[in-house]
Design a protein. Structure first.
Length: 1210
């Protein structure tokens, strides 16, 4: 039972309690949030800019971050302690009292006054954790039923009944959603511990599942649902009541449906027990019948109750678990409960704000004693059921996120710890292996390379950060890197530095022994200088030039017993790493031998002399112009012209090698250098005085300090000439590199070729003219400028008979006339070297001026070809015109196309080897493209003509005949002669008629004409055919008819008593008499086409070694012989003396031996290999084409088949 005095407390005294202390969330979490933001900013500043406060290492920054986090934790803990103990509230009251501000404006309540009042009462009674001390039950149902079980709850909104807080789901004076939201915010994570639905079994509510779901959604928490059935009871009321009901097990939703199905059994059991207990109770206390009435209610409504619970359990709206069913007796008659009611005429409750300030009155009514055990039982059973969270609950999400972050952090710590441990172990193992290896051995080089790779990995991670799996605050990358430098130094010193230093000192000792009067070559001087420079770099790491030192170390480092390829790769990497890091590690320096360095410097100063001065002065002159002038690209040369689709290049000319740079800076810089003749000292030769001045005359040491003015002037002129010559040599090389890199963009169609030639020959927009004009301008660099007055005076003297004065003028030599002369000659500058010298004999004139070539002539030739191609393209009979032009080329007749190409080739050749690439690209290749456009389709047609006239008939005639195929049928010699005769053969006639322009005769065969267009590619099989059939036909038909004249002589063979060789009726019988040469002619008259070889031995009769018939019979037995050339005219023929299967004719019945016996003959021929040449015809096939053509060569609209002579028509 509740204490009525607590319910009678007036709500007007709640407001001051609400103002006691900073209870708002802002007061609680404001300071921690601000402290967290400040801590995060401080951590970020330390991580990014910690070096401003001296925190350079990662360890110092880590300690600073730990200190910041510790400070943050202390501040938050102190704040919470002060807030919980009321220190803030006490300080506020003390401040207001001291300041005299005792009146504070009342703030509006944050929640309903009834709920606020209950919260303050509980906070006062139970302390800070008042929410978890009592059970909160949300009561829901119709107003009538709720009034039966909890009188006054609808008006009060919340009631304190014993140790239980009853909350109405929709009290008076406030909207239900707002009320539930206030409960949710007040009670936090678990707004209520249970939900009680009050209803009777005969009151069906189809919307109950949805209503319960909406309540759970509004609270954000679906508490376990208990159904409370009020049972109207009569009779007297006992002093003590017991709870009657049944609870279901806390199971899953599917199991809850099964439990709901078993509910009738539970209710029956409750019915029986309550009936028994009611009988006993009625027996002891007469008139107490409530328990039996409850039993009767259960028995009457068991099915309805079970059905409603089963329906609810199977509903998709159900969110909360079903706890059970309780039954409570309600007795008729008014009860008194203290309810705060606003004073008014109608007695209706007012809003919370009004209740706070209004005058209230209370009506005392007591709570039913029969309901208290029910509330207690429901509250006691609610912890055994798990509610469900509905909607999004950010504390849970934050908790899960925190747990996930913690788990991820723990995993990251484990991975990082294991990874760093493995990395440290690997580094220790690598360093130990490198230290344990014997110096200079292959194993030492491999282990040093492994240690170096480990260091390189750590360096990369220091610059770019360690991998994610090695971080998490456990990375020891920098410490491990610092620890590995010491073992690396030890290993590298004994494997690399010491052998290299010994080799350098040995070479420097030998080079320093050169006599002062012995002049070394430039290469020897450069070698000595490089070795000394490398040696000094090892002693002075601050002057290290990494690429140079690497190359010198590789040159002197003795190779161990490793495979060459492995040593090349290993040495490159080891030397490069040492050179790259030497400057950053000055402790790796060596102690140089100063006597050796001093002696070597003296030797180099005496040896290098003037050459070193020239190099330094020349580089100084280039440095003055470097960066001041833009590089010359193709766009610069074109000067606005368009070369798209014509030619291209990616090369450029450095800006220091341009006419503008020469005239602007370099010419003056060379003159000044020649006058001063002072060279800044080299630190390699002068030690620690890099700015020392060394006079070139002192370095040379050839003449003393007193030098005459004439010698000084001559020396200045010589130096100037050497510097200018060297500059213009590099100038020419730079321009030649670019111009020779030009590449013509090939046209893909006949019209594309015409378009290229049109653009090349256009007088206004030709990119070729633009390039040549730019080259002409650049090629005139270095020419002395002549004032207009000097020119006029010289011409006047010539008119007045001043020829002698012209003769007296010194010829002007232009530095680029020799190299750029051919290009300038194309532009009309025929004799640039003799400018102003009219009496020259012409020996110095440019050779290009005398061969008649010029750019205008080339453009004229290109224009001629273009017009010819345009005429072909626009002609109504384009095929006939193209056929005639192609036939003229193939037949070697002179044509416009041939003449134009010859002019272009002559022009390209006149440029010389230095500009050959430029000449071929700009002059020859455009016309080659025109050749290809015309000849390639014609070549394809010529292939068809060859196939129809020669290849196809030849194949049909000889494809299945010997010797072209291994068959019994023989080829006709007459038919063969029809093709291979040297004068009237089809092959020779076809070449003479159709290909005489691209092939030429050399002796007995046809070879490609080197003067023919190279755009056509002969089929290698066709050329091989010409090399075979040409000599063969010339020898076979030398007398008009087919026949070879040769001689054969037999050779003796042990155990062979007689041999007989028969060739077309001509016999050679040998029975071991004196050898003689027997002349033979084969093929014969064609009447006795037979050849055989028989032999006899000591123990056998006549046997046949080989036998054949037909015109090719002799060739058939020749292919069975083993042929060995003895000299240019003699061949040894060997047949095995074993009878062929089916050809043996035994002269005696005596058994014969099957051991092979060699039957030897010597063949002597007059020319070539005689009949042996015909063996090359075995397997021969006439090629199907003459030229290699492709689909790219076929240009639509053009013809193709040149006409064949009548005698060669198929």
């Amino acid at each position: 039972m509740t204490d009525p005095r607590l319910n009678l407390l007036s709500t007007e005294h709640v407001a001051p309690a609400a103002e006691s202390g900073p209870s708002s969330r802002l007061a609680i979490w404001g300071l921690p949030v601000v402290a967290l933001a400040i801590a995060l900013l401080a951590i970020g500043f330390v991580s990014l800019h910690g070096d401003m406060f001296g925190m350079t290492s990662s360890e110092s920054r880590l300690w600073a971050i730990v200190a910041i986090l510790s400070t943050f934790a202390v501040v938050v803990v102190v704040h919470l302690v002060l807030f919980a103990t009321g220190t803030y509230a006490f300080a506020g009251r003390l401040f207001r009292r001291e300041a005299g501000d005792t009146v504070k404006a009342e703030k509006p309540l944050k929640r309903d006054a009834r709920l606020q009042r209950m919260a303050e009462e509980l906070r006062v009674a139970h302390g800070w954790f008042w929410r978890r001390r009592l059970r909160w039950l949300l009561v829901h149902g119709t107003d009538e039923r709720v009034e039966q079980v909890a009188p006054g709850l609808r008006q009060a909104g919340v009631l304190h009944v014993g140790e239980i807080i009853l909350v109405h789901a929709a009290p008076d004076g406030i909207e239900p959603a707002k009320w539930l939201g206030q409960i949710r915010r007040l009670c936090g994570r678990f707004p209520v511990d249970g939900m009680v639905h009050v209803a009777r079994a005969d009151e069906a509510d189809t919307e109950l599942p949805r209503t319960l779901s909406m309540l759970g959604t509004a609270l954000g928490w679906a508490a376990p649902v208990t159904f409370l059935h009020p049972v109207e009871a009569h009779g007297s009321q006992p002093e003590r009541f017991d709870a009657v009901g049944a609870f279901m097990p806390n199971e899953t939703r599917r199991q809850a449906q099964a439990a709901a199905a078993r509910l009738p059994e539970l209710l029956n059991e409750v019915e029986h027990r309550s009936a028994d207990a009611g009988v006993h109770l009625c027996t002891r206390h007469s008139g107490v019948t409530w328990l039996m009435e409850v039993s009767k209610y259960i028995g009457d409504h068991t099915e309805r109750i079970a059905t409603s619970l089963r329906t609810l359990a199977s509903s998709n709206w159900l969110r909360a678990p079903l706890a059970g069913v309780m039954f409570a007796p309600v007795f008729p008659g008014p009860t008194v409960v203290p309810v705060p009611v606003v004073e008014g005429g109608d007695g209706t409750p007012a809003e919370a704000a009004e209740v706070q300030s209004a005058q209230t009155m209370t009506v005392t009514r007591t709570q039913p004693a029969a309901l208290v055990p029910v509330w207690q039982e429901i509250a006691a059973g609610s912890p055994g059921y798990r509610g469900r969270r509905t909607g999004f609950y950010w504390p849970n999400a934050l908790a899960l996120a925190g747990i996930a972050c913690a788990v991820a952090w723990i995993v990251a710590l484990m991975i990082s710890g294991l990874g760093n441990h493995a990395l440290i172990r690997e580094a220790e193992t690598t360093a130990a292996a490198a230290l344990a290896s014997a110096p200079g051995t292959p194993q030492a080089m491999r282990t040093q390379l492994a240690l170096q790779q480990q260091i390189e990995t750590l360096e990369y991670r220091r610059a770019h950060g360690a991998p994610w799996y090695l971080r998490a605050g456990l990375s020891r990358n920098d410490e491990l890197l610092d620890a590995l430098w010491q073992p690396y130094r030890t290993v590298a010193v004994r494997n690399l530095r010491e052998p290299a230093v010994r080799a350098l000192e040995g070479q420097l000792g030998q080079l320093s022994q050169v006599r002062a009067d012995e002049q070394q070559s430039h290469d020897a001087q450069q070698l000595a200088y490089s070795r000394l420079k490398a040696y000094l770099m090892l002693a002075t790491p601050a002057r290290t030039d990494s690429p140079f030192l690497k190359s010198q170390l590789l040159a002197v480092w003795p190779a161990p017993a490793m495979r060459p390829g492995e040593w090349l790769d290993t040495s490159q990497r080891l030397a490069g790493f040492w050179s790259d890091h030497l400057k950053a590690h000055p402790e790796w320096r060596i102690s140089a031998s100063m006597p050796l360095v001093t002696q070597m410097r003296s030797t180099l100063v005496n040896q290098i002399g003037l050459a070193a001065s020239d190099d330094v002065l020349y580089q100084r002159a280039l440095d003055e112009a470097r960066g001041k002038y833009a590089d010359v690209s193709l766009a610069t040369l074109l000067a606005g012209a368009d070369s798209h689709g014509l030619f291209t290049t990616t090369q450029t000319v450095p800006g220091i090698f341009t006419r503008a740079a020469w005239e602007g800076v370099i010419e003056k810089a060379i003159d000044d250098a020649a006058k001063d003749q002072h060279v800044e000292g080299d630190w390699v030769l002068t030690g620690e005085q890099p700015t020392a001045q060394v006079s070139a005359s002192v370095v040379e040491g050839a003449v003393g300090a007193a030098r005459s003015a004439l010698d000084a002037k001559r020396e200045t002129d010589d130096l100037r000439e050497r510097l200018r010559t060297r500059y213009f040599t590099d100038y020419t090389a730079a321009w030649a590199t670019m111009l020779n890199s030009f590449q013509l963009i090939p046209a893909t169609s006949f019209s594309g070729v015409i378009d290229q030639l049109t653009r090349l020959t256009d007088a206004q927009t030709s990119p070729l003219l633009a390039v040549m004009k730019s080259v002409q301008y650049q090629g005139e660099a270095g020419r002395p400028s002549q004032a207009l007055t000097d020119t006029l005076v010289r011409k006047a003297q010539g008119l007045l008979g001043g020829s002698d004065s012209d003769a007296m003028q010194t010829p002007v030599v232009n530095p680029l006339d020799r190299s750029f002369g051919p290009l300038l000659a194309l532009m009309g500058d025929a004799n640039p070297a003799a400018t102003g010298n009219k009496t020259g004999d012409g020996k110095t004139a440019n050779a290009a001026a005398f061969n008649g070539v010029s750019l205008s002539r080339v453009l004229t030739a290109d224009t001629t070809v273009r017009l010819k191609l345009q005429q072909i393209q626009s002609s109504p009979d384009a095929q006939s015109m193209a056929r005639a032009l192609a036939q003229a080329v193939f037949q070697g007749k002179l044509s416009d196309l041939t003449q134009a190409r010859d002019d272009a080739a002559l022009t390209a050749a006149s440029l010389g080897a230095q500009w050959s690439g430029f000449g071929q690209t700009m002059f020859v290749q455009p016309l080659d493209a025109a050749w290809q456009a015309v000849l390639q389709p014609a070549a394809a047609s010529l292939n068809d003509a060859w196939r129809a006239a020669v290849a196809a008939p030849f194949a049909s005639t000889f494809a299945s005949r010997y010797p072209f195929a291994p068959t019994a049928a023989n080829a006709s010699l007459a038919d063969l002669g029809r093709y291979v005769r040297p004068d009237t053969g089809l092959v020779n006639r076809f070449v003479e008629v159709e290909l005489s322009g691209v092939l030429k005769r050399q002796g007995d065969q046809w070879v490609p004409n080197e003067l023919a267009p190279q755009s056509l590619q002969f089929d290698p099989k066709f050329l091989a055919m010409l090399r075979l059939l040409g000599p063969l036909g010339a020898r076979l038909y030398a007398q008009g008819e087919a026949g070879y004249h040769f001689e054969i002589t037999p050779q003796p063979t042990p155990d062979v008593t007689r041999t007989e060789l028969t060739v077309d009726g001509q016999q050679i019988v040998y029975f071991n008499q004196r050898e003689t040469w027997t002349p033979l002619v084969w093929p014969g008259n064609g009447l006795n086409g037979h050849a055989s070889l028989t032999w006899q031995s000591l123990d056998a009769g006549t046997r046949i070694a080989s036998d054949a018939s037909g015109d090719w019979a002799f060739l058939r037995i020749l292919e069975r012989a083993q042929i060995k050339p003895l000299d240019d005219s003699r061949f040894e023929l060997v047949w095995n003396g074993v009878a062929a299967s089916g050809d043996t004719k035994a002269a005696s019945a005596t058994a014969v031996s099957e051991t092979p016996l060699p039957l030897r003959y010597l063949l002597r021929v007059q020319a070539g290999a005689g009949p042996l040449d015909l063996l090359k015809l075995r397997g021969f096939q006439m090629p199907e084409r003459i030229f290699v053509t492709g689909r790219a060569g076929v240009i639509s609209g053009l013809p193709s088949l040149p006409p064949l002579p009548p005698e060669m028509q198929p």
